[in-house]
Design a protein around this ligand. Structure first.
Ligand SMILES: [Fe+2]
Length: 381
């Protein structure tokens, strides 16, 4: 079941979080906030503006880490939900429910992640000396759902003595580093997703059988077809969605061609550490919130000590490509005379008018031929 979705163009920040200190993890990816209290933001009379600016900032920067927070499971869910709503998430959608939640804690919408349990479940090898590549583990959360995650979050309850960092790679940058002919090729293709292990686990142990954050996310098939390049509706920037874990392959190409295309994405990620950012977890209470439309991510398994995390995911829109109404981030920079190292200042420092103005690009047809068709409830863009 397709969820109707109408994109009203990219969003703009309103300056509501400008007073908080923001450290950039790299010029093009990731920000760290050390004095922004998300629990206080939930109670603020200005909370609508704050969460809207948080949504835009996370979508532009790909991932934001908020240090030393005092969230519990309830306020964690609320904060992520507020960000997703402020971003224009389809009103039918919600925080995701995990089909196997009793295996990951008591709350259907908060997954408790303990590495030993995950390793046991998925058979990860524990001997790093023998391991030669984990490149295939880069992924975008729940990409095999009809409505995969827009925003994901991980809050650490226990922080290991060392190790267990989370890595991110910019999907905007993946698109920008393709040549123009390859950009066009990728834009012309769809990609098939699946997770047979999850399907098998749910078949054997399936517990929660209702919709998972969206009326479109039902059944235990866990397979979907999405465009290889998608438009991030919050920024209006194109990003490579194809590739990585759960990506079964490009639709309509040969096996040999598929391998080439999959390798293109994997090589761009693994051969370009300057499109990656690494989040180190300093203390319990640290939380990272990222936009799966803007980044891929991967855990590291070099954990010394105990690590316990709580994961909350939001179900976003059906991925779409507005090929004519969105641009690569690099083109956006060029058109608005933005310094590469100043990209995170985004719209505020752009010179001249935005190409993607609010209210434009309505009623387009996405890469899968689905016409979007409702108001997303965002008053201004
Ligand atoms: Fe993940």
């Amino acid at each position: 079941m397709a969820v109707p979705y109408k994109w009203n163009g990219p969003l703009k920040r309103n300056g509501a979080i400008d007073s908080f200190k923001q450290n950039k993890l790299t010029p093009g990816l990731g920000s760290e906030f050390i004095d922004l209290d998300l629990a206080a933001a939930l109670e603020s009379p200005n909370s609508d503006a704050i969460f809207r600016d948080l949504a835009v900032t996370i979508s532009e920067r790909g991932v934001c880490v908020f240090r030393n927070q005092r969230l519990d499971n309830s306020t964690h869910k609320e904060a992520v939900n507020r960000i997703a709503i402020a971003s224009g998430r389809p009103p039918t959608n919600d925080i995701m429910t995990n089909a196997l939640y009793p295996l990951y804690g008591d709350d259907p919408k908060v997954i408790t992640l303990i590495p030993e349990r995950v390793a046991e479940r998925y058979g990860y090898k524990s001997d790093p000396a023998k391991r030669q590549s984990v490149a295939h583990e880069w992924h975008s959360d729940m990409s095999f759902e009809e409505n995969p995650c827009d925003y994901s979050s991980l809050r650490l309850g226990e922080v290991p003595e060392t190790g267990g960092d989370t890595l991110f790679a910019s999907a905007y940058e993946l698109y920008d580093r393709l040549s123009e002919p390859f950009q066009k090729l990728f834009e012309s293709l769809d990609v098939e997703w699946g997770d047979p292990h999850y399907t098998q686990a749910c078949g054997a142990e399936g517990t929660y059988k209702g919709p998972r954050g969206s009326p479109a996310n039902v059944g235990f098939g866990f397979d979907a077809v999405h465009p290889a390049v998608r438009t991030n509706p919050v920024t209006g920037w194109k990003a490579v969605f194809a590739g990585g874990m759960h990506c079964k392959g490009f639709v309509g190409v040969t096996e040999e061609e598929n391998k080439i295309l999959m390798d293109v994405v994997s090589d761009l990620i693994t051969k370009n550490h300057d499109l990656q950012a690494r989040v180190h977890w300093n203390q319990p209470g640290d939380i990272s919130i990222w936009d799966n439309r803007a980044v891929k991510h991967v855990p590291t398994r070099d954990i010394k000590g105990k690590r316990k995390g709580f994961r909350v995911l939001s179900a976003g829109e059906k991925p779409f490509l507005a090929a004519e109404n969105s641009v690569g981030r690099a083109d956006f920079r060029r058109e608005h005379d933005l310094d590469f190292h100043n990209v995170s200042n985004g719209y505020e420092t752009a010179k001249g008018e935005l190409k993607l103005q609010s209210g434009g690009a309505n009623g387009h047809v996405n890469g899968n031929g689905i016409t979007n068709g409702h108001s997303n409830g965002v008053a201004a863009h």
